[in-house]
Design a protein around this ligand. Structure first.
Ligand code: SAH
Ligand code: SF4
Length: 347
């Protein structure tokens, strides 16, 4: 099989085209057809000589994701896709519509995940492989193409699907650059958010990139004992180190960070924990997203009742920490991380 052209950087593409005796500016043209116009075939690249189009066709194909299932939430605001990759791995991506304006793609960075968070469907599957930059970008690109056909536009991307983006650092950074590229998808850095379980050295490295990308941290507990039970990675990089790295990110970028907290009844939803969280985050420029747990096959936990969620939120408010309760979009379509794949594999 030929290679997916999305797996080439602009530099790779330029080199390739030069070996064919074509001028470098042709690569730029191809790039714009791919990422700006989002064409699905080389024949559509009208300003290229026929010989070049034929060569491209012989060497590459456009895109490697094959749709397996697609689910639409009953409110019509969320679409979830399961994709098959050329090596038969399955990954998910989600398109969400917020407030009638924002169109947000939630995309995966790995097939499976090595981090083993106990409540997460992807963590329960284990790690299969990293996605290439092309495979990461393509998930967003397909949604963008579809929206543009309807006169709409993809406005936001969150790297919050399957996998740990900072574990797949280089491909993730390359994907962010391509999503952000004004000659490509042209999504502003401030409209891109990366969510991490807390890989401390990678957070510092990411801070040094000096991007304006939003950072979300999956916190879920405010003491090392409680956090290590839910997120094994905490044993390697405990809270004090994590908070230091986060402060560094804030210093380097000037951006407020988001903390994610999946509320689990009787586990991390007590007011004692809310107080501990309030204390931990004192002086940190942040916002907290409270996500009532989406129950998964491999974990017995349940979401708290709404009154407890509200009490938790009110306690954080006493510490002057802003929080939002995020009912997970498309619960009715298994839109939690990794849940559609888990569901399809069981059928
Ligand atoms: N690996 C990254 C990004 C993908 S997970 C990370 O962990 O941050 C995206 C978010 O969904 C994380 O905050 C994760 O903790 C949360 N999540 C995973 N499974 C969940 C579940 N069953 N219910 C609620 N949130 C969940
Ligand atoms: Fe991996 Fe994130 Fe799931 Fe943890 S929550 S297992 S880091 S995808």
């Amino acid at each position: 099989m030929t290679d997916s052209i999305y797996d080439l950087t602009l530099r790779d593409l330029t080199q390739k085209i030069e070996t064919w005796g074509e001028p470098a500016y042709r690569a730029r043209q191809v790039w714009e057809w791919l990422y700006q116009h989002k064409v699905t075939g080389f024949a559509a690249m009208r300003n290229l000589p026929q010989t070049l189009r034929t060569r491209l066709e012989e060497a590459f194909h456009i895109g490697g994701l094959v749709p397996v299932t697609e689910l639409h939430s009953t409110d019509g605001q969320t679409i979830k896709r399961l994709w098959r990759l050329p090596d038969d791995q399955l990954i998910e991506s989600v398109l969400m519509e917020y407030d009638g304006v924002r169109r947000t793609a939630c995309i995966s960075t790995q097939a499976g995940c090595a981090m083993g968070c106990v409540f997460c469907a992807t963590g329960q599957m284990g790690f299969a492989r990293h996605l290439s930059a092309g495979e990461i970008v393509e998930q967003a690109l397909i949604f963008a193409r579809q929206l543009e056909a309807d006169g709409d536009r993809l406005s936001n991307v969150v790297l919050m699907g399957m996998g740990e983006p900072l574990h797949n650092y280089d491909a993730t950074l390359e994907a962010i650059a391509r999503l952000n590229d004004p000659a490509g998808l042209n999504i502003g850095q401030r409209h891109i958010t990366l969510s991490t379980v807390g890989l401390v050295p990678a957070i510092r490295r990411f801070a040094d990139e000096q991007l304006q990308v939003g950072l979300a941290i999956s916190l879920h507990a405010a003491t090392d004992e409680a956090r290590s039970k839910l997120l094994p990675v905490n044993k390697r990089w405990p809270l004090a180190d994590l908070l230091d790295a986060i402060r560094y990110y804030i210093d380097q970028t000037g951006r407020r960070v988001t903390f994610e907290w999946a509320l689990i009844a009787g586990e991390n939803d007590t007011l004692q924990q809310a107080h501990q969280l309030g204390t931990l985050l004192r002086g940190v420029k942040c916002h907290v997203n409270l996500i009532p747990l989406n129950p998964t096959q491999g974990y017995g936990g349940q979401p708290p009742d709404p009154a407890q969620v509200e009490a938790f939120r009110a306690t954080l408010h006493d510490y002057r920490i802003g929080s939002t309760v995020r009912v997970r979009r498309g619960i009715d379509i298994q839109a939690g991380c990794g849940q559609l794949k888990a569901d399809v594999l069981q059928r």
